[in-house]
Design a protein around this ligand. Structure first.
Ligand SMILES: *[C@@H]1O[C@H](CO)[C@@H](O)[C@H](O)[C@H]1NC(C)=O
Ligand SMILES: *[C@@H]1O[C@H](CO)[C@@H](O)[C@H](O)[C@H]1NC(C)=O
Ligand SMILES: *[C@@H]1O[C@H](CO)[C@@H](O)[C@H](O)[C@H]1NC(C)=O
Length: 720
């Protein structure tokens, strides 16, 4: 857990660090910038410092915010549901796929996801078209198929409320060598049996819910014959698929049942009969329902057939006999929404086959896209109702999809290119006629509402847009400030403007000179690219100690910080000593630490290196100002004077007293005792001076003071 967080942090750090220097750095227009994953553009006027090239406007959004950009262009991709009808399975309103229309706005390289839900509606109507091989070997099958109508209907009643069936048949192109085209043979191809001439394909019965019609029409059918084994089934499939109106296909589940006991002709086989025109995939039925171009157009190719069936949402069931199973299985592999079932030799199991195949077809749902424009990458994650989940597939796929169970897909679309206009494609479930239509646009341009031609911001010589100038013909410079220089002399004089006076170092070696202006590389800026906002002093590994902003190599400290790397707080709380003084008056405060005057040390400069010398003044002051203690503050900061007549040894002496100094970081304590001899003679001297020079009144006052001093002296001697 921790490791993951660390690696995430490192990763994010890398993104931040690489933001400007990495991917975004070389993009010098807004459009180029936003075409790059993770890059945003600053279109704020005056955002750049002098010398900074336009591409410094392109950075990560986070990077721009840090640089105080107030107008960031960072378009967000989105998926907008334009049509979003809810899923519904009532007969009048069947909606199996949701949503139905989405508009995507993509940023290049940024994946966009959206949800697609599918719910198979129960009782969805079915159109079932029988396409039957009427070659001679199928004559017993025809008898069974004639009775099929009601049976199929009752079998399908379990899965649908409404079903219609239709009928068509194929034999073979009426051409040598497929069919014997001698006149007598054509007239009566099958000797004794009742038999009709060969034909490529005939549409017999339009889709109907009237079962009697089915039986009547199919009963009129006769078997035919041909010479070779493969049949013209593909011609029939193609016509059934494309003749939507003639066949009568509805907007329902469309199923084509292909009944045959033999192989099929494919594109190219027509050459045997001299037919070289390829199949055109169009409907060519005449009034009788016959395929008119059977003898003129070649058979369709498998790919063509597969595409046409898919396009028309037709599922196909190949009901064939066992001997040709392998060929049809191979065919089924390449035709989406197709299954193969084995027909008994007389087609007696056809109803069961159809109902099994139908269930097989509808229980598998495949969601895929069609006609997606190049450059678009589309992937699917499927959450199926049977609990299976698949991620990041080329198409969405669920098996065992029951009725009324919602299955969910997450579709992810990303574009690697910019589209010049809105593109569209569709996403649809195989074999269903519902689809999700998609429109996609790429956000590759900026919405620069500030566009202004002949803008003053571009010296009137260019178009201002999204913060930058694009210059008119003949002008250059970041702000189109200069005309294109024609001769060498003027180019030289322009170049001179890019070097500081008395220097030949153009743009300080960190930029190039364009029309007398420096365009700086990398982090450099300034008129001569002399500034590097990453070159300031560091403190504790942080630029400007983390307490300031680097401006052109100099730290600009936040309030309350100072120093070349903003390493010093400007507060002095650490230097304060008792009664408001700083560093015990024996030093000054720097960087919130005491720097002591010479002769002192200690956190608050309380420790004296020469105590006798330094505290003599204090002792002197205190003892001669006993009455007015306060006036000694300056000499005696945080000192305490302690009379200590019993102490034996004193290392200092001052005229009248001996004393010792003891200090800790906070206070200084001075222990003293009087030097008696000196003390008394001093008083006597004072008396003489006073008596000789001043009158009686003065003598009286002085006598009182002396008496007091004497008493004090006595007091000091009595009281320890
Ligand atoms: C951004 O603005 C803030 C507040 O106005 C200021 O403190 C900071 O220095 C600015 N940062 C830059 C990179 O200009
Ligand atoms: C699909 O989503 C719907 C609604 O979000 C939910 O009720 C349903 O269970 C989901 N289906 C599956 C198979 O997860
Ligand atoms: C340039 O050089 C001249 C002579 O060497 C000197 O007088 C002048 O002050 C210099 N100018 C600058 C801006 O350094």
């Amino acid at each position: 857990m921790l490791r993951r967080e660390i690696s995430t942090t490192v990763f994010m750090l890398c993104i931040i660090l690489h933001g400007t220097e990495g991917q975004c750095s070389s993009k010098s227009t807004c459009s180029e910038c936003v075409q790059h994953t993770g890059c945003a553009w600053c279109k704020q006027r005056g955002f750049l410092s002098p010398g900074q090239p336009d591409h410094r406007r392109c950075d990560t959004a986070e990077g721009l915010r840090r640089r105080n950009c107030s107008a960031i262009t960072d378009p967000t991709p989105n998926a907008q549901r334009i049509m979003d009808k809810g899923l519904g399975s009532s007969l009048e309103n069947v909606v199996q796929l949701r949503p139905q229309k989405i508009h995507l706005k993509l940023r290049v390289g940024v994946p966009q996801t959206f949800e697609v839900a599918f719910k198979r509606a129960e009782g969805y109507p079915i159109d079932l078209y029988f396409l039957m091989d009427l070659s001679f070997s199928m004559r017993d099958d025809l008898e069974n198929v004639k009775k099929l109508g009601y049976k199929v209907m009752s079998a399908l009643r379990n899965v649908t409320h409404a079903a219609r069936i239709g009928f068509g048949a194929f034999v073979e192109k009426r051409k040598m060598p497929y069919v014997n085209t001698k006149a007598d043979k054509l007239a009566e191809p099958c000797h004794q049996h009742k038999c009709q001439p060969s034909f490529s394909f005939q549409h017999v019965l339009k889709l109907t819910d009237n079962m009697e019609d089915f039986e009547t029409e199919v009963s009129k059918q006769y078997i035919s014959t041909n010479e070779d084994l493969p049949e013209s089934g593909f011609d029939g499939v193609m016509q059934v698929a494309v003749c939507e109106k003639e066949i009568g296909w509805g907007n329902v589940t469309r199923i084509l049942v292909y009944l045959s006991d033999d192989l099929f002709h494919m594109a190219g086989d027509g050459r045997l009969a001299g037919i070289v025109t390829p199949n055109d995939g169009k409907c060519h039925l005449n009034r009788m329902g016959f395929y008119e171009k059977g003898e003129l157009h070649d058979y369709p190719s498998i790919a063509h057939l597969s595409e046409t069936l898919t396009k028309n949402h037709i599922k196909i069931i190949f009901a064939i006999t066992k001997k040709v199973l392998e060929s049809y299985q191979a065919l089924s592999e390449v035709i989406p929404q197709s299954v193969v079932g084995i027909l008994e030799s007389d087609s007696s199991n056809v109803v069961q086959l159809i109902s099994d195949a139908y269930n097989d077809l509808v229980s598998k749902l495949i969601l895929e896209h069609h006609k997606a424009p190049a450059g678009l990458d589309i992937t699917y994650s499927s959450t199926c109702s049977d609990g299976t989940y698949s991620h990041n597939q080329r198409r969405g796929e669920c098996r065992n999809v029951g009725f009324d169970q919602q299955i969910n897909f997450t579709v992810t679309v990303s574009s690697s290119v910019c589209f010049s206009h809105t593109k569209s494609f569709i996403i649809k479930p195989q074999g269903l006629n519902e689809e999700l239509s998609m429109t996609v646009e790429t956000i590759c341009d900026c919405d620069c509402s500030d566009t202004e031609q002949k803008s003053p911001d571009c010296h009137g010589n260019g178009t201002y847009t999204c913060g930058i100038c694009s210059c008119d013909e003949g002008y250059v410079g970041q702000m189109c400030e200069c005309e294109k220089q024609q001769n060498a002399d003027s180019i030289l004089s322009m170049d001179a403007l890019c070097s500081p006076i008395n220097s030949t170092n153009m743009c300080s070696g960190h930029g190039s000179c364009l029309c007398g202006r420096c365009i700086c590389h990398g982090q450099y800026r300034g008129q001569y690219c002399q500034c590097d906002d990453t070159s300031c002093n560091h403190h504790k590994n942080l630029i400007c100690g983390g307490n300031g902003r680097c401006n052109c190599g100099t730290c600009e400290c936040h309030p309350n910080y100072e120093g070349s790397a903003c390493e010093c707080p400007t507060t002095t709380d650490e230097c304060q000593t008792g009664n408001g003084s700083i560093c015990s008056n024996h030093g000054h405060c720097e960087c919130n630490q005491c720097v002591c005057h010479p002769g002192f040390k200690g956190k608050h400069c309380t420790v004296s290196l020469y105590p006798c010398l330094q505290y003599g003044a204090c002792v002197r002051c205190r003892l001669s100002n006993v009455l007015e203690n306060r006036t000694c503050d300056k000499a005696c900061t945080s000192t305490e004077l302690i009379h200590s007549p019993d102490a034996r040894t004193f290392s200092c002496h001052e005229e009248m007293v001996f004393f010792n100094v003891e200090s800790n970081s906070e206070t200084v304590r001075i222990f003293y005792r009087e030097n008696h001899n000196l003390f008394q003679s001093a008083m006597f001297g004072t008396l003489v001076i006073v008596c000789s020079g001043v009158g009686g009144v003065v003598i009286l006052g002085t006598t009182m003071i002396l008496t007091y001093l004497l008493l004090l002296n006595i007091y000091y001697q009595i009281v320890p």
